[in-house]
Design a binder for this molecule. Structure first.
Ligand code: PAF
Length: 281
């Protein structure tokens, strides 16, 4: 596995491979890798000739400086995992490499980046869009792989790709879960054993809620989810939203053939977790 830290080396290396006719699959990450990331690398390996992964804790997507400071950094373990997973190139730039000047780029995705994560984490999706666009410009991948755990991020990145007219195909990969259903996330490292066990209930509640549709109305299901999460004193629900899978507009009535997503954010022991499941239309 080749480890590169500068844009110049990376564009050159990927340029050689592209000239040889190889297709490039890209997995952007912020490190602290887990099986969810490895599943993205495996999908990239199956669908492209060369797999490039980036590790970059992107400061401009954190609206809370404490969250940025606490974000786990585990470079050595990450490199071992990537090597074992068969990643070919890893790009690990310093902050100054990606942001040599103060960032002024602004994106507006209308409704998509204003609700849910966008509402509770102001500036988050602008930061994500800026860094993903810059990484795409450096690596120029044919395919880029993102987990469905960050469902709204996936929707916003698809919109950014269309808006910027980029020749990259975005591939959505299913959420990978721990044995108790908890969606894998780098943030899980900050959970106590006890809270990790309790957090498994988030997925259980979402799954049970999805089975209540279409008999129960979206409003009834939303109330039920709040009530179920609030039954655990350790968990504080920030939002639960039933939204259209494409537009993210709230769903107030089920429509056959129109899939919806139930998206949730919950705090447990000061750690913010997100998850989502599909509600068939
Ligand atoms: O999902 C993530 O880890 C990040 O938001 C991403 C896409 C790597 C951008 O920093």
């Amino acid at each position: 596995m080749i480890i590169l830290r500068t844009i110049a080396q990376t564009t050159q290396q990927v340029g050689f491979l592209r000239k040889e006719g190889k297709t490039i699959g890209f997995v952007p990450t912020m490190g602290a890798l887990h099986q969810g990331h490895i599943a993205l690398i495996e999908s990239a390996r199956r669908q492209s000739d060369v797999v490039v992964c980036s590790i970059f804790v992107n400061p401009i997507q954190f609206n809370d400086p404490v969250d940025l400071q606490r974000y786990p950094r585990t470079e050595e373990a990450d490199l071992n995992m990537l090597g074992e997973a068969g990643c070919h190139i890893v790009f690990i730039p310093a902050v100054e490499e990606i942001y040599p000047e103060p960032v002024t780029d602004t994106y507006d995705f209308g409704y998509l980046d204003k609700v849910m994560e966008g509402a509770f984490r102001p500036g988050h999706f602008n930061g994500v869009s800026v860094v993903v666009k810059r990484l795409f410009d450096i690596i120029r991948p044919d395919l880029a792989f993102f987990g469905e755990k960050d469902f709204q991020q996936l929707t916003v990145i698809r919109a950014m790709v269309i808006k910027s007219d980029l020749p990259v195909q975005i591939v959505a990969c299913p959420t990978i879960r721990e044995a108790n259903g908890l969606a894998m996330s780098s943030r899980n490292l900050r959970l106590t054993q006890e809270n990790r066990a309790i957090a498994g209930n988030i997925y259980r509640i979402l799954t049970e809620a999805s089975r209540m549709a279409p008999q129960a109305t979206p409003e009834k299901i939303t109330e039920w989810v709040y009530h179920q999460i609030q039954a655990y004193p350790e968990m504080q629900i920030e939002y639960f939203s039933l939204c259209d899978s494409e537009t993210l507009l709230p769903v107030d009535a089920w429509q056959p053939g129109k899939p919806a997503r139930g998206c949730i954010a919950v705090y447990i022991g000061g750690v913010r977790l997100i998850d989502n499941v599909e509600f068939g239309g």
